[in-house]
Design a protein. Structure first.
Length: 188
């Protein structure tokens, strides 16, 4: 039996966080590097992108953690804990965090930061956090080295990419992919 099938069997063919039975897929719980029955969870297409951070959090959807945080599966407990921490500005989420119990090993796993979480976020000139795919506007004229043109102030750069350096973003200007200092941009 495959790992994915074992996970689905354990989950009863439903999302281990919200209970949805549609569009299920496994997710490896970091910092582990290999998906196993002990290091993975089964999530629906609503939960998974929000857990991964590729979709905006819908706080009301996560009220389901009131039930799933009591799962006997450590990986599910870890994901529930991490989501509650991300939602801690909501009073109901903070209340759930206050009553949630994790054994020592599970708490250590839940509080382990990944390399992405340790990295400083990329910010624009106003301090707004930039994400991959955002659109930004240049706030000053920039000489583009090696391309013999100037990217003019007010130019919209759509669908940016982030780099390993939180001070740099990448985007297309005049059909050329360039590196831009994030402090010279404003989120659109």
């Amino acid at each position: 039996m495959s790992i994915e099938q074992s996970l689905l069997d354990r989950a009863g063919n439903q999302c281990e966080l919200c209970g949805s039975a549609s569009d299920l897929s496994p997710l490896l719980v970091t910092p582990h590097s290999q998906l196993t029955v002990d290091t993975g969870v089964v999530l629906c297409s609503t939960c998974k992108p929000q857990v991964e951070g590729s979709a905006e959090l819908n706080a009301n959807h996560w009220r389901c953690l009131n039930d799933s945080m009591w799962s006997q599966v450590p990986a599910v407990q870890v994901v529930a804990y991490r989501m509650l921490k991300r939602l801690a500005v909501e009073t109901w989420a903070q209340d759930l965090l206050d009553v949630m119990y994790l054994d020592d090993d599970t708490r250590k796993w839940a509080e382990t930061k990944t390399a992405d979480e340790d990295r400083e976020p990329t910010r624009d000139s106003n301090g707004a956090i930039l994400q991959a795919g955002d659109s930004v506007t240049l706030i000053k004229d920039l000489d583009v080295k090696g391309a013999n043109f100037t990217a003019k102030r007010g130019t919209m750069v759509r669908g940016i990419s982030l780099s390993d350096n939180p001070e740099h973003i990448e985007g297309r200007v005049n059909g050329t992919r360039i590196v831009i200092i994030s402090a010279y941009t404003k989120k659109a």
